[in-house]
Write a protein that binds this ligand. Sequence first.
Ligand code: BG6
Length: 467
Amino acid sequence: HTSLKTFPENFLWGGSTSAYQVEGAWNEDGKGPSVVDMANHVEGVTDFKVTSDHYHHYKEDVALFAEMGFKAYRFSIAWTRIFPEGTGEVNQKGVEFYHNLIDEIKQHNMEPIVTMYHFDLPYALQQQGGWANRAMVDAFEQYAQVLFNEYGDKVTYWLTINEQNMMILHGDAIGTLDPSLKDPKKDLYQQNHHMLVAQAKAMKMCHDKLPHAKIGPAPNIVSIYPATSKPEDILAADNYVAIRNWLYLDMAVFGKYNHVVWSYLEENGWTPVIQDGDMEILKGAKPDFIAFNYYTSQTVQESTGDEEDKQGTGDQHLTIGETGVFKGAKNQHLKTNEFGWEIDPVGFRTTLRQIYSRYGLPLIVTETGLGAFDKLEEGDKVHDEYRIDFLRKHLEQMQLAISDGVEVFGFCPWSAIDLVSTHQGISKRYGFIYVNRDEFELLDMRRIRKDSFYWYQKVIKTNGQDI
Ligand code: BG6
């Protein structure tokens, strides 16, 4: 481009968190346990019991977000605070907490962006089979109804399910898959179908009840590159993009199963049970926008038949693959972060363009960011220039995508404040604000503005002119 378009007026600059990673107070005020509280799935790093203790620090935290200039704050509601058992009795104290949080956000002139469900499924529901159980559709509907009734007049932006695609592809990562299952994929695609129906019902309910509100899905969507120009590699990339990305959004937007994925499910015997009326429900619901999370692109090559059939999370590029479908590959052109994740700002532009070209809906970025071992230095300084560099490069590419004509209305990087990473503890920090605790020692939990805090403040103040 010879000239760049500026960021739109009223652009939603903000930051993101999720309940189980930031709130702590895991069993306070009537909260029930969730799968992440019970899973104990990560050894050698902190659990999710106290995290950043945002539950008790929310006023201070929201004030800091406002000081940074946030126009929006994306957070999730812990289902287990509203319904400790997943369904049944509503816990008023939990309901009250989110009223207080939302009021606090609004008093600071920020837009609350609410994720209804971010990985922390009520444990009671998991014990009844979790998402593989059809009853989950009703449970989610009941939960959605309470959220819309309680917060509907205060919240404009709703996100249904965070990274549904990651929950299905990495089914064993957060305690929502029965490890004894012989054919986990069959179970996972049944879970997926139930989530899709539940999401469609929630989107429709939102539109019926709250005409002013906007709602959309929030998957993790990234560009998929073929490792070479070999036609078989291109085909592998085409397979993977359908399985990883389009399955979820084609259903949310067009109300239909992606044909490539459906054939793949049929061939493997993984097609879900679809009840009468499901396809009408799925067709009858439409999102107002697409929210998505992006950390890195992925590169794949032809499957040579020795795939581990594993959807790894850590060094993801080497461990993903399915025999006959695709195989993960390293991208020789990209550097990695301290945790082995490739860094690809240009892929971010491509991703924005691809999603917009396919669906034509406004986009909001609900996560991107850099996990790093930050160091607290004397005088309460955290010099996280690597994070600034990461975010700057992604913002530059986002502006290029906007200049390509892509409609983007918000940017909420991960994370507004330090929190406990899903797999790698508190030491893998993402925030603009440092929380003074260690992996196992809580210390004084004080909040410290990192260098990136001041940088982001300037970005927002100039509406992205000075990045
Ligand atoms: C996304 C999730 O998958 O990535 C977040 O929505 C998560 O909950 C984030 O924390 C970063 O992943 P990790 O494993 O580094 O925490």
